[in-house]
Design a protein around this ligand. Structure first.
Ligand SMILES: Cc1ncccc1N[C@H]1CCCS(=O)(=O)C1
Length: 105
């Protein structure tokens, strides 16, 4: 991840964490509260995990970062009804990310 890309990815992550609809995605889904989640969702992802990976240098390119962000919203669609609070939040957050991401490319 080159320096400018890193700064741009960090800014988008900052903004997503501040979004009012980010609450379902801030931390890993609690599999004690949702026991079927581990079975159904093969690759869990959340904003705190992305933050650790970004700050820890795990992303080689900005697109590697975007793959993990989109995984959050794909997992959300797999597990949640569109017309549920979490499902709706996922659609809103994906639209928000896509628009921020488009400005960068
Ligand atoms: C993103 C997601 N997918 C499936 C189930 C749950 C969640 N998120 C939870 C996060 C903690 C608060 S909550 O328990 O209401 C919702």
């Amino acid at each position: 991840l080159i320096n400018k890309e890193f700064a741009a990815a960090r800014t988008i992550l900052d903004e997503m964490e501040l979004h009012e609809d980010s609450w379902p995605f801030l931390l890993p889904v609690d599999t004690k509260q949702f026991p079927t989640y581990k079975k159904v969702i093969k690759k869990p992802m959340d904003l705190s995990t992305i933050r650790s990976k970004l700050e820890g240098g795990s992303y080689k390119t900005k697109d590697d970062f975007s793959v993990d962000v989109r995984l959050i919203f794909d997992n959300c669609e797999t597990f949640n009804e569109d017309e549920s609070p979490v499902g709706r939040a996922g659609h809103n957050m994906r639209a928000y990310f896509d628009s921020q991401w488009a400005d960068l490319n």
